[in-house]
Design a protein around this ligand. Structure first.
Ligand SMILES: NC(=O)C1=CN([C@@H]2O[C@H](COP(=O)(O)OP(=O)(O)OC[C@H]3O[C@@H](n4cnc5c(N)ncnc54)[C@H](O)[C@@H]3O)[C@@H](O)[C@H]2O)[C@@H](O)CC1
Ligand SMILES: Nc1ncnc2c1ncn2[C@@H]1O[C@H](COP(=O)(O)OP(=O)(O)O)[C@@H](O)[C@H]1O
Ligand SMILES: [K+]
Length: 491
């Protein structure tokens, strides 16, 4: 696999255009199908050496074509193979018809497939060409196979998964392994597609990388390659102010834990200094729990304005446990010209009145990162959230454009998007990251990266990746406290 394609995500529409470009450039499209089918048969033999039988289910398009190539190759290797077709195989066209004609195995109608113990199902019903809900006949077989618990090896995508959005179109296979071609598709990484893809193998079938990159947009998997060069290196001559001063704004005395988590995470993640800005009533409880994190009394906007004269304060986290209301709005608007992570209550405070927030962000030229989970996203971007035609990636991109901020749209498949349209999908977070206070830890890590001078998009993408690595280190019994202790070095 070419390095240039390593982290790229290609939508099904882009992939179709790439296929056409490949054909136009003189590449024999059947040779691509042959490579695809051979890769599937190799994966089947490698992953399921004890299979008693491979049941290859072939659809009406080129995904089915890949299936016929794989079936023939498996049979040539001496495997026991049965083939079933959705629709009339005599109606196949082009490369798929060619593949079917070259496969001498008898083909049954799909309805006749009865799962048997020892079967491995090779799913070649639909791939990137899926454009609507699965037809009833396919749905019946998908449900039958899913109920049987047999392992499924998916060709390109588990049939029923929309490669663009990861949505289930009526029903879908739950694959143990998916072999896709040239580049991963958004549907492999976005939920629920991600949970149904199994392990993902990206196989290079020989389309030149330049044809792929010429058509693919600015969409990537979130890996260190995205932000590595922006990660702060520790210069031996550094001092704590050079490493950045992060300020976290604490809530009142009954809700201080969240910001202490953000502050502790910010310090651990590499901010040189972290100060918790606390209202008077919470000073006592905060003081009794803090050691390395400093404490500063900030009662009102006048106190904050005075404190902001210190230009060394270069990043802020506002929102965790802060309380929803005017104070949050006033403070936020004062911080938009700095580097600001606006989380939780900070965002919810602008459910009504977001226009002012977005205008101030646009005018201020600061680095603002918004970190909504699904509920917060729906509050702040209700019309975008309700648009069923958009994928999670497109929703995050639309929200970034509207707000002029970097959006971290959280979840198992967190998407980070910039107002420019640039976006990455995160893929390293284990499910035990879903624990109370985990988002507060993430806000603190983003804040630390901003304090160290990383641009907002890279700061956010690096923090989301680091948060995932943190959870892996902390293990399945992670709590927000143990997450803080396990934040790994970034570089
Ligand atoms: N260069 C290429 O074009 C290559 C493509 N390959 C395979 O080709 C696949 C894409 O092939 P196709 O574009 O033929 O698409 P599919 O084989 O995924 O789908 C077949 C056709 O079914 C129709 N269809 C879509 N949704 C349907 C539904 N819900 N019910 C009934 N019919 C539906 C559409 O007309 C679609 O074109 C990829 O997933 C991949 O497996 C591979 O052969 C490798 C090379
Ligand atoms: N199933 C999951 N798999 C991986 N990460 C998850 C999952 N669910 C949530 N997360 C992550 O856990 C964090 C939860 O943050 P948030 O929803 O703000 O919770 P809290 O307010 O309790 O801190 C986010 O970073 C989110 O991306
Ligand atoms: K498939």
């Amino acid at each position: 696999m070419s390095d240039a394609l390593q982290d790229i995500l290609v939508t099904p529409a882009e992939m179709a255009a790439i296929d056409q470009d490949a054909a136009r450039s003189g590449i024999d499209s059947f040779s691509l199908m042959r490579s695809a089918g051979m890769a599937v048969s190799a994966a089947a033999l490698r992953l399921f050496p004890a299979a008693r039988r491979f049941a290859v289910l072939c659809g009406p398009g080129n995904n089915g074509g890949d299936g016929y190539v794989a079936a023939a190759a498996l049979a040539r290797c001496g495997a026991n193979v049965v083939v079933f077709a959705l629709g009339d195989p005599a109606m196949l066209k082009g490369d798929a018809a060619h593949a079917r004609n070259a496969c001498t195995l008898e083909t049954g109608a799909i309805a006749a497939y009865e799962p048997q113990s020892g079967d491995v199902v090779v799913d070649a019903l639909f791939g990137a060409g899926l454009s609507r809900d699965l037809p009833d006949e396919a749905r019946t077989i998908v449900e039958r196979v899913n109920e049987s618990g047999l392992p499924v090896l998916a060709v390109d995508l588990p049939s029923g998964i929309d490669g663009h959005s990861g949505e289930v179109r009526g029903a879908s296979f739950i694959a143990a392994h998916t072999v896709t071609f040239m580049a991963a598709k958004p549907g492999h990484l976005l939920m629920p597609g991600r949970a149904r893809t199994g392990t993902l193998e990206v196989f290079d079938i020989g389309i030149p990388a330049r044809l792929v990159t010429a058509r693919s947009g600015d969409l990537r998997v979130n890996t260190p390659a995205i932000w590595k060069r922006h990660a702060a290196c520790l210069d031996p001559g550094t001092h704590k102010y050079k490493r950045g001063h992060l300020a976290v704004l604490s809530g009142g005395q009954m809700s201080t834990g969240a910001t202490r988590l953000s502050a502790a995470a910010g310090l651990r993640a590499g901010a040189g200094l972290v100060t918790l800005a606390s209202p008077a009533d919470a000073l006592g409880v905060n003081a009794s729990h803090l050691t390395a994190v400093m404490l500063k009394e900030i009662r009102n906007a006048a106190d904050l304005a005075d404190w902001l004269k210190d230009k060394r304060l270069n990043a802020f986290v506002l929102g965790p446990g802060f309380g929803v209301g005017k104070k949050a709005r006033d403070f936020t608007l004062m911080l938009c010209d700095r580097a600001l992570v606006l989380d939780a209550d900070g965002m919810t405070s602008f459910q009504q009145g977001r226009k002012e927030l977005f205008e101030v962000i646009a005018a201020s030229g600061g680095e603002v990162v918004l970190t909504p989970h699904e509920g917060e996203f729906a509050r702040l971007f209700s019309e975008i959230a309700a648009d069923g035609a958009l994928s999670k990636i497109e929703k995050a991109q639309a929200a970034a454009k509207l707000s002029h901020a970097v959006i971290v749209y959280k979840g198992p498949d967190t998407v980070i998007a910039a107002p420019s349209g640039r976006a990455v999908v995160n893929a390293n977070a284990p499910p035990w990251l879903a624990t109370a206070g985990s988002g507060d830890v993430l806000a603190g890590i983003i804040g630390a990266h901003l304090a160290q001078g990383m641009p907002a998009f890279e700061a956010a993408a690096a923090a989301v990746w680091r948060h995932g690595e943190t959870a892996i280190r902390a293990g399945r019994t992670a709590t927000a406290e143990t997450l803080v202790e396990n934040i790994p070095p970034l570089a």
